[in-house]
Design a protein around this ligand. Structure first.
Ligand code: PEP
Ligand code: MN
Length: 355
C-alpha cells in the first residue's frame, strides 16, 4: 500500500471511505460552511465540482479555477482531502498546481478515449489518486480502458466510481445502477477499489440510503455523496443533495458487512447451504435444456407449416401467467419478466437453428 494514502488506509480498516461535498463549488463561504459541517462526520474527502459538464448549454457550468484557492482553504482549515472533477489537460494542470489530492474523471469524459489519454499524459508519473467514473453508457470495456490508460502512465492510486448508467426511458433512477457491471469490473480488476455514487444513481434524496446499503452489501469500498447545507438552493443537482446532518444519519444507519464468515460452525452451515444451491443450479440447467429441446421441435413444426417463429399472443400469455405464478411464489414481476425474456430469446435462437 502506498504511503500518504489515507483514503486506502481508511478502507483497509473496514470503514467505507466517505467522499462528500456539494455538486458544485458555488462561493467561498458555501464550500467552507459545508466542509466545516462535514468535519464532524465520517467524511475524509471533500468533493466539489469546479467545472461542470452540463447536458444542455445555458445552465450553471461551474465557477472555474477561482474555486481552487477556496478548496485549498478547506483543506487547511478542516484537514479533509480535496477531490475535483477533471475533463481535460488544462484542468489537470490546474489541479496539480493547486495541489488537489484526488482527481476524478466524470462519466461524460470516460466515454472519450482521447480526453482520457490527454488527462493521463499530464498525470504521468505523479502520485495523484485518480478515480474513474463509469461511462454514461453501460460499456465495461470503456470503463476498464480508461483505467488501463492511467495504469500505463504509472498512476498507482486508482479507484473506480459507480454512478449508474443513462437510459432513454426514465425509471425510478436518474441513472440505472445495473449492479452486474460494477460486479464484473471488480472481478476483472479486484485491486481497484470501487466507490458508489448514490446521488447520481438516484437523482433524488429518497433512495440514497437504500442504494448506499446495496453498495456496501456488494462489498464496495466507499461512497460519494453530494452534500449541501441548503440542498434545494444548490446551483446544480439540487434534488439529489443531502445535508451534512442527513449524511451523518445515513452513515450511522448503514451496516458494513464482513467480507467472510467467521467461526467453524457458521462456515459448515454455509457449506451445507452452498451445496443445496449447487444442486438446484444443476437442476435449473437441466430443465432449461429440456425446454430448449422442445422449443426446437416446435421450431421444426413451424418451419414445415411456414409459420413465423415469434408468436406474440402466445408469448404474452406465457409472460402473464408466469408473472402471476411467480408473485405467488415470492418472485418479483421485474425478475420474472427479465428471466422469461432471456429464456424466450434463447428459445428463438434454438428454433432458428437448422437441425
Ligand atoms: C458530479 O459528480 O457532479 C458529476 C458531474 O457526475 P457524473 O460525471 O457522474 O455525471
Ligand atoms: Mn452532481
Amino acid at each position: 500500500m502506498e504511503k500518504n494514502n489515507k483514503w486506502l488506509v481508511n478502507m483497509a480498516l473496514g470503514h467505507p471511505l466517505v467522499i462528500a461535498g456539494p455538486c458544485s463549488a458555488e462561493t467561498e463561504d458555501q464550500v467552507l460552511k459545508i466542509a466545516h459541517q462535514l468535519k464532524g462526520t465520517d467524511t475524509t474527502v471533500f468533493r466539489a465540482g469546479v467545472w461542470k459538464p452540463r447536458t444542455r448549454p445555458g445552465h450553471f457550468e461551474g465557477v472555474g479555477k477561482i474555486a481552487l484557492p477556496w478548496l485549498q482553504r478547506v483543506k487547511k482549515e478542516t484537514g479533509l482531502l480535496i477531490a475535483i472533477e477533471v475533463a481535460n489537460a488544462n484542468h489537470v494542470k490546474l489541479a496539480l498546481k493547486y495541489d488537489i489530492d484526488i482527481l476524478w474523471i466524470g462519466a461524460r469524459t470516460t466515454v472519450n478515449p482521447f480526453a482520457v489519454q490527454e488527462i493521463a499524459d499530464v498525470l504521468k508519473n505523479t502520485n495523484k489518486i485518480v478515480l474513474v467514473k463509469n461511462p454514461i453508457n453501460p460499456d465495461l470495456e470503456l470503463w476498464i480502458g480508461a483505467i488501463e490508460r492511467l495504469q500505463k502512465v504509472n498512476i498507482k492510486n486508482l479507484g473506480a466510481i459507480h454512478r449508474g448508467f443513462s437510459t432513454y426511458r426514465k425509471s425510478k433512477y436518474r441513472n440505472n445502477p445495473k449492479w452486474q457491471i460494477p460486479i464484473d469490473f471488480k472481478n476483472r480488476l479486484p485491486n481497484v477499489p470501487m466507490i458508489c455514487d448514490p446521488s447520481h444513481i438516484c437523482g433524488e434524496r429518497e433512495g440514497i440510503l437504500d442504494v448506499s446499503q446495496t453498495a456496501l452489501d456488494l462489498q464496495f469500498n466507499g461512497l460519494m455523496l453530494e452534500t449541501h447545507f441548503n440542498p434545494d438552493k444548490a446551483w446544480s443537482d439540487a434534488k439529489q443533495q443531502i445535508t451534512p446532518t442527513r449524511l451523518d444519519e445515513i452513515i450511522k444507519i448503514l451496516k458494513v458487512r464482513k467480507s467472510s464468515f467467521e467461526g467453524q460452525e457458521s462456515k459448515e452451515e454455509l457449506e451445507k447451504l452452498r451445496k443445496q444451491i449447487d444442486l438446484i443450479d444443476h437442476k435449473i440447467l437441466e430443465i432449461l435444456a429440456d425446454r430448449m429441446k422442445i422449443a426446437k421441435k416446435i421450431g421444426l413444426e413451424k418451419k414445415k407449416k411456414n409459420v413465423a417463429v415469434l408468436q406474440q399472443t402466445r408469448w404474452n400469455e406465457i409472460i402473464k401467467k408466469s408473472i402471476k405464478k411467480g408473485k405467488n411464489l415470492g418472485l418479483s414481476t421485474d425478475f420474472v419478466k427479465k428471466f422469461y425474456k432471456t429464456i424466450h430469446q434463447e428459445s428463438i435462437n434454438h428454433q432458428k437453428t437448422k437441425n
